[in-house]
Design a protein. Structure first.
Length: 170
């Protein structure tokens, strides 16, 4: 397994879709890009910036439930890519028990950030999907609170223009 850090939450200009950039903490500096939904990207950006919402978001609630039950999130592992879908696992510990729970990577990262748990990517996945990129930072600081606010603003704009038929099955 390769330990990674959330290096950025960005919006892909071609698809207007948020993307998480998980970058190796050691080694070659490869980055695994994972496209996520706007609500998950907003939740991740809020946690990455340490912003405390006035009411708990879903991922805050999940953290609070785990803590109340005495569970610890030992680590998150992004395990595989199958049919254009990434898969992840939450590795929980409570007492002497361990449990692995399947998760979407976006949810796993959002919870890991809130619980200050390490994030890993499987060796095979990083070897096959990891890329070398140079993040262009406008202000030289990476994800600032201003960038998080911009992402929240983009999400609000997305919500204003969404229609029920956008969620139709095909």
């Amino acid at each position: 397994m390769i330990q990674v850090r959330l290096s950025a939450v960005r919006v892909d200009l071609q698809s207007s879709t948020p993307v998480l950039l998980l970058t190796e903490t050691d080694g070659l500096g490869r980055t695994l890009p994972i496209f996520v939904g706007p609500p998950e990207a907003t939740s991740i950006a809020i946690a990455a910036q340490g912003i405390e919402p006035p009411r708990p978001l879903t991922h805050d609630l999940m953290r609070d439930i785990l803590v109340a039950l005495g569970a610890r999130l030992d680590r998150v592992v992004v395990t595989e890519l199958s049919a254009s879908t990434y898969f992840a696992e939450l590795h929980l510990k409570y007492g002497k028990e361990s449990q692995v729970i399947s998760s979407r990577p976006s949810d796993a990262v959002a919870i890991a950030l809130r619980m200050e748990s390490p994030i890993f990517v499987s060796d095979e996945l990083m070897d096959s999907e990891g890329i070398m990129i140079a993040l262009e930072l406008e202000d030289g600081e990476g994800d600032s609170p201003e960038n998080a606010e911009e992402l929240v603003g983009q999400f609000r704009e997305f919500l204003e223009h969404i229609r029920p038929e956008d969620f139709g099955t095909s």
